[in-house]
Design a protein around this ligand. Structure first.
Ligand code: GRF
Length: 201
């Protein structure tokens, strides 16, 4: 399956996905392009070093719809079949979501629907929860709102800080994202309403 990844920053999830595809840990998958909306995104260099095509599609003064149309065109040109958001810091427009029905994934560093939006790890830490985690979900037009594919719980330890909790969650994010993509690529899932469940092939 041809995968396109959208980033805005560091790109550690992107790197994990690229490496899993290149080493065969993610079978039948190829990351064909990494697109950033930010010219200075650290992840761009990491993608180049791994011989993946990179593109910057900056928003400039365009509307969300115009910007998204530009990105969709680049993805379609490369026959991308699965779009993975990996630290991409913008909501997608309706037309973007409709261009890839049930074919856009995102990773969020909390157990959704808790702690949506920015700084999820800080929100969880300050709330005082004993467990947080990470979620890979399908993307719809709402913020962190689409159907959940997989989740992983991560314990909040007494001596944690927001930073140590974020670091520990991130370690689980990489494996979880690869697990979710593998499920989509293998096709052993069904979407029933909002529920994504495992299905035998
Ligand atoms: C991750 O914590 C991810 O869950 C969130 O943004 C962060 C991106 O990190 N959506 P990276 O760019 O993948 O390193």
């Amino acid at each position: 399956m041809k995968i396109g990844i959208l980033i805005s920053g560091r790109g550690s999830n992107m790197q994990a996905i690229v490496e899993a595809a290149q080493t065969g840990q993610l079978p039948n998958s190829e990351v064909t392009v990494v697109i950033s909306d930010k010219a200075g995104a650290e992840g761009l260099q990491k993608a180049k070093e791994r011989n993946v095509e990179t593109l910057v599609v900056a928003r400039k003064s365009r509307t969300r719809e115009e910007h998204d149309a530009g990105i969709v065109a680049e993805l379609k040109k490369r026959n991308v079949e699965l779009v993975c958001l990996a630290g991409y810091m913008r909501l997608l427009s309706k037309d973007f979501v409709r261009a890839f029905p049930d074919r856009i994934l995102n990773i969020h560093p909390s157990l959704l629907p808790a702690f949506k939006g920015l700084d999820a790890q800080r929100q969880a830490f300050e709330y005082g929860v004993k467990f947080s985690g990470c979620t890979v979900h399908f993307v719809d037009e709402s913020l962190d709102g689409g159907a959940i594919v997989v989740q992983k719980t991560v314990e909040v330890k007494d001596d944690d800080t927001t930073e140590s909790l974020s670091t520990r969650i991130l370690e689980y994010e990489h494996a979880l994202y690869i697990e979710a993509i593998a499920r989509i690529v293998e096709g052993n899932y069904k979407i029933i309403g909002r529920r994504v469940v495992v299905a035998e092939n």
